[in-house]
Design a protein around this ligand. Structure first.
Ligand SMILES: [Zn+2]
Ligand SMILES: [Zn+2]
Length: 286
């Protein structure tokens, strides 16, 4: 079986959302059964049998005050309970949809994160390091690169990735080598530190995702790179498959590349989740 465990029902940011509004308005809105069904249809067309909708936590009013960045606060407009109910209704209607969330790792907010995760019937929780303080790893308008540079960005990112794993809050660490997004690779001097972080992730029991999203970004590469994927597999870290699509046509996109990378690293199974309980299933085109 194949899955796509990292999906968003809308693009990021008001301009991109405005450009897509007509598409979902025509079928009843971005949380409508018809719009979610388009993601399922796109998945099935690419031999993917189960999807998880993992909206960014910053889209929800409940977390508006969790982060100092103005963009974050501007994005926090939706109702988390209504959103999760719509996903639950989609599953009740027979669609193979998991209730997920892409939760930011925000040091110092562990109790808030734990409380929010307990407030909804999540099947899967992604943990993402998008921010180093109020500087963004992957948002071009608030880049950490200008003030930190490559060594500090990658070094701090690795520290936060290890802390996110050790927190025990997450089921899967999303896009594990995200700082390469704009094309700046990890400095070779950090390889030993990366290996320590891989060991810490293995120790924590959290999974990592193999995501085709990077192929659509300036770095033009899977998250993570094959060498990282091999290190994760050798350390015994379980894996999920993901596209990080923000529109139906990107669901399970470039999966031939992602599946080949998983097999190349020696993975024979991917992780499924239900009510945050993992099981392993063989990697197999349906
Ligand atoms: Zn992300
Ligand atoms: Zn995402």
């Amino acid at each position: 079986m194949l899955t796509d465990y990292h999906l968003h029902l809308q693009p990021d940011g008001p301009e991109a959302r405005a450009a897509d509004t007509e598409r979902w308005d025509a079928v009843g809105g971005p949380r409508s059964l018809a719009w979610i069904a388009r993601y399922v249809e796109a998945a099935r067309a690419r031999a993917v049998g189960e999807i998880a909708i993992t909206e960014h936590v910053h889209r929800f009013r409940e977390v508006r005050d969790w982060h100092p960045n103005a963009w974050w606060r501007g994005e926090a407009t939706e109702d988390l309970t209504a959103h999760c109910r719509a996903l639950g209704d989609a599953r009740e209607a027979g669609l193979p949809v998991l209730i997920g969330i892409e939760m930011d790792w925000i040091p110092g907010r562990e109790d808030d994160i734990r409380g929010l995760l307990a407030s909804q019937p999540f099947d899967i929780v992604l943990g993402s390091v998008h921010w180093l303080g109020d500087l963004a790893v992957d948002h071009p308008d608030y880049p950490c690169w200008d003030s930190l540079g490559a060594d500090a960005t990658w070094g701090r990112y690795l520290d936060e990735l290890a802390a996110a794993a050790a927190s025990g809050l997450f089921d899967v660490l999303a896009h594990p080598d995200l700082p390469k997004v704009f094309g700046t690779p990890m400095p070779p001097g950090l390889t030993a530190r990366r290996d320590e972080v891989v060991a810490a992730i293995a120790e924590s029991g959290v999974a990592i995702e193999c995501s085709s999203a990077g192929l659509r970004k300036p770095c033009r590469a899977l998250y993570p790179d094959p060498e990282w994927l091999l290190a994760f597999r050798r350390a015994g870290v379980p894996v999920t498959l993901a596209s990080d699509a923000h529109r139906p046509e990107d669901v399970a996109r470039d999966y031939a590349t992602a599946v080949a990378a998983l097999r190349g690293a020696g993975y024979e199974t991917i992780t499924r989740f239900e009510a945050r309980e993992p099981t392993q299933v063989a990697i197999r085109w349906a």
